[in-house]
Design a protein around this ligand. Structure first.
Ligand code: SF4
Length: 410
C-alpha cells in the first residue's frame, strides 16, 4: 500500500476489528496503522487502540513496567549538526559550551553509585571535531584523536567505578562501535525519522548531515552485524506526517527482523524550545503521544520493549501506563534530562505509585533488559558480562546492594 496522507477515518467498529486482528497476529500492517492514525479523533478509537496495545504488551511482558535508574553524562554539547529543534547543542564560543574532563566524569559516576544508579548514559553531540578547530585542539591536548576516544575513556571509567555505560554518541563508524562494544552494556541511536523530506530547505534536518536516513539506517544495520543490544526510537512532532511515522516504525521493525538486536524502541515527543528556530511550533498533543505509543506496540509486536519517557508527557502518565509501553526509560535521581532540561523527572516514588495504580508493577532494570542479559549471551563481551551480572539480581533486574533511598525506606 502506498503510504499517502489521504486516508479516510475508520468507524469505531471497523477500527476495533483491525486492532483485535493485530493483537492476535502480533503485528500490524503499515496501511492499517495509517488508517488507525487517521481515526484517533473518532469517538472511542483512541481508547480501543490503547486497550489493544495494552493487551498485546500484557501477552509477553505481563504486568511489569521497568525503569532504569541512571546518570546522564553529556560528554560534549558541541555538535556538527544544527537540527532546528535542538537546544542541547552549543557553539564553541557559547558560555554554555562544555566538554567533560575525565575528572568530571568520575565525579558524576561516584554520584550515581552513591544513589543506587546502574546506568551511565553517555549522550553527546555528533562529531564536533569535524566542525570546530577549537574542539580538535582540546582533544589533541589530551591525546585524543576524536571525541569517540574521550567516550571510550569515559566508558572505561564508568565500568571501573561500578556503573554500566549506554552510549548514544550520534553516528558512529563500524570501527568506533567495535571499539566501544566491550565497554558498553548497550548502545543506541534514535532513528528519529526516515523522512528524506525533513532534510529539505527550511526543514528540521536541513543543516544536519547525520540525520540523513540512509546514514542512520546503515548504523542500525552495522550495530546488528556487531551484535550490539541497540536502542532506537521515533521522534514525534518535528514536521513529519503520519505516513512518515509509520514508515519509520516499519524500518526499525524490518532492521530488527534481519538482525534481532533492537532491544528497545523509544516513542519520544518533541517539546518546542524557546531558544530554537522551531520555538513557535505547536507541541504534539498528549492524545497523539498515547496513540503513537500504542501504534508502536501494535506494529512492533508484543516482544519488543517499548518505552515512553515519563517527563515528556507528565499529564498523561496514568493513561500512558495502559497504552502498550513496558518501560519508562532512564530516570535520574542525580542529573537532569540535558536534552529536555525544562522537563523534570518524576520522583521514582510517584512513578511506582502510578504504575501500581494502573494494575502493574514497577521494576528497576539496568541498561540491559533482564531477558536479554540472561538469554542472549552472544550480545555481550564476556568480561563486560561479569560486570552486568554483578549488578543484576538472579532474575536479571538491577541490583543495588549498597543503597536504599529514603523513599524506598519509607
Ligand atoms: S539534535 Fe543531536 S544531532 Fe541535532 S544538533 Fe542537537 S545534538 Fe546535534
Amino acid at each position: 500500500m502506498n503510504l499517502s496522507e489521504d486516508v479516510t477515518p475508520l468507524t469505531r467498529p471497523a477500527a476495533e476489528a483491525l486492532i483485535d486482528a493485530a493483537v492476535d497476529a502480533g503485528e500490524m500492517a503499515p496501511g492499517v496503522a495509517l488508517e488507525l492514525a487517521a481515526s484517533i479523533r473518532v469517538p472511542g478509537v483512541l481508547d480501543a487502540l490503547a486497550d489493544g496495545a495494552f493487551a498485546s504488551k500484557q501477552r509477553l511482558k505481563g504486568d511489569i513496567i521497568t525503569v532504569s535508574r541512571n546518570v546522564f553524562l553529556p560528554l560534549t554539547n558541541l555538535c556538527r549538526n544544527r537540527c532546528t529543534y535542538c537546544s542541547f547543542a552549543k557553539l564553541p564560543d557559547s558560555a554554555e559550551a562544555h566538554t567533560y574532563s575525565l575528572e568530571e566524569v568520575e565525579e558524576v559516576i561516584q554520584g550515581g553509585v552513591a544513589t543506587g544508579c546502574t546506568e551511565a548514559l553517555m549522550c553527546l553531540g555528533d562529531k564536533p571535531e569535524v566542525a570546530y578547530g577549537s574542539h580538535r585542539e582540546w582533544l589533541a591536548e589530551r591525546g585524543y584523536r576524536t571525541t569517540i576516544d574521550l567516550v571510550l575513556e569515559a566508558c572505561k571509567l564508568a565500568v571501573a567505578g561500578g556503573m554500566l555505560p549506554h552510549t548514544n554518541a550520534g553516528i558512529l563508524s563500524r570501527e568506533e562501535m567495535e571499539s566501544l562494544r566491550p565497554w558498553n552494556a548497550s548502545m543506541g541511536l534514535m532513528m528519529e525519522t526516515t523522512s528524506e523530506r525533513l532534510r529539505g530547505k527550511g526543514m528540521a534536518h536541513f543543516h544536519a548531515p547525520d540525520k540523513d536516513p540512509a546514514v542512520r539506517i546503515r548504523m542500525h544495520e552495522e550495530a546488528g552485524e556487531l551484535r550490539i543490544p541497540f536502542t532506537s526510537g521515533l521522534l514525534l512532532g518535528i514536521g513529519e506526517n503520519d505516513a512518515e511515522r509509520v514508515a519509520t516504525l516499519m524500518t526499525i521493525r524490518d532492521i530488527h527482523r534481519r538482525h534481532g538486536h533492537i532491544q528497545e524502541v523509544i516513542v519520544q515527543p518533541f517539546h518546542p524550545k524557546p531558544d530554537t528556530p522551531m520555538r513557535a511550533v505547536a507541541p504534539i498533543r498528549d492524545d497523539e503521544v498515547v496513540a503513537w505509543v500504542a501504534l508502536a506496540r501494535l506494529i512492533l509486536g508484543p516482544e519488543m520493549n517499548v518505552q515512553a519517557p515519563p517527563n515528556l508527557a507528565p499529564r498523561m502518565l496514568e493513561r500512558l501506563a495502559r497504552s502498550g509501553l513496558n518501560d519508562w526509560g532512564g530516570v535520574s535521581p542525580v542529573t537532569v534530562d540535558f536534552i529536555n532540561p525544562e522537563a523534570p523527572w518524576p520522583a521514582l516514588r510517584r512513578l511506582k505509585e502510578l504504575t501500581r495504580d494502573s494494575g502493574q508493577v514497577l521494576k528497576d532494570r539496568g541498561p540491559v533488559y533482564p531477558d536479554w542479559l540472561l538469554e542472549r549471551p552472544e550480545f555481550f563481551d564476556p568480561t563486560l558480562k561479569k560486570h552486568l551480572l554483578r549488578l543484576a539480581t538472579d532474575e536479571g533486574y538491577a541490583r543495588r546492594p549498597h543503597h536504599q533511598s529514603k523513599e524506598e525506606a519509607a
